[in-house]
Structures are given as C-alpha cells and as structure tokens.
Design a protein around this ligand. Sequence first.
Ligand SMILES: Cc1cc2nc3c(=O)[nH]c(=O)nc-3n(C[C@H](O)[C@H](O)[C@H](O)COP(=O)(O)OP(=O)(O)OC[C@H]3O[C@@H](n4cnc5c(N)ncnc54)[C@H](O)[C@@H]3O)c2cc1C
Length: 386
Amino acid sequence: MTEFTESEERLALRREVARLASKYGREWFTEKARSGEKTTELWLEIGRHGYLGINIPEEYGGGGGGIGDIAAVCEELAAQGCPLLLMVVSPAICGTIISRYGTAEQKQRWLPGICDGTATMAFAITEPDAGTNTHNISTTARRDGDGWVLNGRKIFISGVDEAENVLVVARTEDTRTGKVKPVLFVVPTDADGFEYRRIPMEIVSPELQFQVFIDDVRLPADTLVGDEDGGLVQLFAGLNPERIMAASFSTGLARYALDRATTYAKERVVFQGPIGAHQAVAHPLAQSKIEVELARLMTQKAAALYDAGDDTGAGEAANMAKYAAAEAACDAADRAVQAHGGNGITQEYGMAGLLVATRAGRIAPVSREMILNYVAMHSLGLPRSY
Ligand SMILES: Cc1cc2nc3c(=O)[nH]c(=O)nc-3n(C[C@H](O)[C@H](O)[C@H](O)COP(=O)(O)OP(=O)(O)OC[C@H]3O[C@@H](n4cnc5c(N)ncnc54)[C@H](O)[C@@H]3O)c2cc1C
C-alpha cells in the first residue's frame, strides 16, 4: 500500500462485495422498490458475510475494522445499483455511537443484531420545526422515577418500518443550570406511544422515510446511551461516520450511473460510429469520472483520518468529501440520463430515478449549504453565519 491507495485487503473486500451485490443488481432493487417490497435478502446476506458490522468490535459480532471498511461496502453496493441507505444509519451512526459510548451490557444487547442485520437500528434527529438547526430540537426527555418519559416529533426518519429500535436524539433540561443538553435513547419501534407514518417520497427505493410521533413513551434507565452530561460529544461521534458513509453512497451511485452511460455510449449508433465517439457525449462523462475519483480520494482520506483517531482532521475531510461526492453524483446522474437520450427517462432503463436518489445527497444527512458554512468558518476562518 502507498499513502494514496487502499490496502490489498480493502480492495479485495470491494471485489467481494461487488460480486455479492451483482447477483442482485439494479433491476432487482427497483423491482422491490416499485412493488413495495424490501431488500431484506440482500441486507441479511451482507450481514451473514460479516460486511454489515465490519466496523464494529469483534467481541460484539463485528469485523473489528474501521469506517473505511464499511464505507467501501456501502460504495460497492451502490456501484452495483443497490444503494442501502440504512447502512449509513444502523452500523455506521448507531453502531459507532453505541460502540464508543454504550455500556458493556448495551453493546451486548444491540450490536450483534446490528451486525448480522436482524435488529436494524434507525436514527432520529431531524424535527419538523428545527430542521437543519438541530440545536433547536424540542423532543424532550423527562425523568420519571428510575426511568424516562419521552415526547416529541421527528421527520424524514429512514427505515423505521424495518427497524427494531430507533436511536432518538432528545434533550433534557439541567435542573441546576436550566441549560438544555442533548441525550440519546434507544427506543423500541413497538413501544407504547411510539407511532410512525410514511412520507410519500419521489425516490425509487425500498427504504422509506417516516414522520415519527413520540407521545409519553416510557423508557427504562438503561436505554439512555452514554453519559447524560456528555450528549453533544457523543452525538458528534456519529457525525463523521455519517458523512463518510453518505459520501460513499453518492460515489457508488455516481459510479453506477457512469458505468451505465459508458456502456450505452459504446453501443448506441445513430450517425456513423457509437455516440460515445462524439466529444459532446464523451467529455461530460470523462469530466464526471474525474470528479468522482476526486471525491473518492477525499472520502478515503476522511476515513483514514477517522480510523487513525484524528476526529478533528476527519471532520473537515468528511464534510468536504460529502460535499464533493454529492455534487459529483448529481452531475454524473444528469449526464448519464442525457447520454441515454429518450431512454434516459424511461422506466425500462431506470436512469431517471438516479436523479432524485443522487439529489437527496445534496440535502441529507447534512445539506450542501451547511457544509459550505462549516468550511467557510472552520477551514477559512470566516465569521460564523448561523
Ligand atoms: C432521503 C432522506 C433521508 C433522511 N433520513 C433521515 C434519518 O434517517 N434521520 C434523520 O434524523 N433525518 C433524516 N433526514 C433529514 C435530513 O437530515 C434533513 O432533511 C436535512 O438535514 C435538512 O433539513 P430540512 O429538510 O429540515 O431542511 P431545512 O432545515 O428546512 O433547510 C431548507 C434549506 O435551507 C437551507 N438552510 C437552512 N439554514 C441555513 C443556513 N444557516 N445557511 C444556509 N442555508 C441554510 C438548507 O441547507 C436547505 O437547503 C433525511 C432526509 C432525506 C431527504
């Protein structure tokens, strides 16, 4: 391995995941989405192979690897047309937070199911009124005897219908100072007072988004993850993995779009020679190839820094990677649709669905504007704008 390439072991992991996902493929994935079915088969198969919990410590059923490994899995699945959004949430955000801050008993309780895919965990921070301003969330945890009572509303929460639990970000009020602190709870999706309603989205995906209603949900004390006073740090522990995974999700989708476009451009003939011989078709695809490779490089850098324990360095790189990957993916999808002509917007070719799927990457899990705010402030030293 040189400083600029991944290890042979990582590359082998990529090949194995790509081979596994190619058995399923895009057609299978979109068929599941359109018929309202789930991709559980694929989810459980990657779990059985140890890829789902590859970043989680071995003693809890994981592979003992890093974020770089699970990001590679996420990217290769998407590159085969099978993007699994819940990989960002369950093993990467929830798995990381619980591995780092859960008690031994909590790790034993939740991590093995996250690793083998039998107990997926969703993640809920976004609220209808707070939106991007997550410091403004109003879901509240109130002490009740030995336990807690939770009340609030969440929105755009992915995969609640497939999850056994949701890691919910709430807040408590410090009785001494009155200061509001974020706290994290693992809430079973079948708890009394926990309800969810599907939000119809224009994304062709079996993984869905939900509004969540939390009304007087009673939770035992041992569902609080981490220290009641350490909320923000604990929450941030999941954010770098989240951005690195989101970047990998985007670069994987971009690679899939480009693959399809180049295959088509080599075969489709309307004047003399294939359309790919026209620079007007070839250059935008070449441009995307460069942009995607640059985004992949930054994503790998972010993962390497994170896995080396440099959280601050990883923060800047992860934000930049997520931004670059989302932009590259949107452009790659758009150019791939264009290269297909009219076929680009038929259901048969299934390319147009990539426009919305990649577009979501500019909004979630953190919007491009908030990344630009971060870079302006942290990397350039400009005044805080929000
Ligand atoms: C497909 C999908 C899946 C999701 N899954 C989850 C999930 O599993 N769990 C979860 O908790 N959330 C999830 N989300 C929510 C996602 O994280 C939010 O949509 C996102 O953070 C933006 O919040 P918002 O939609 O409320 O936009 P708003 O906060 O209303 O923002 C609207 C626009 O204004 C811009 N804006 C706001 N403030 C500023 C500012 N200070 N400077 C510049 N621009 C600004 C934003 O960038 C955005 O473009 C998901 C969203 C989508 C689309």
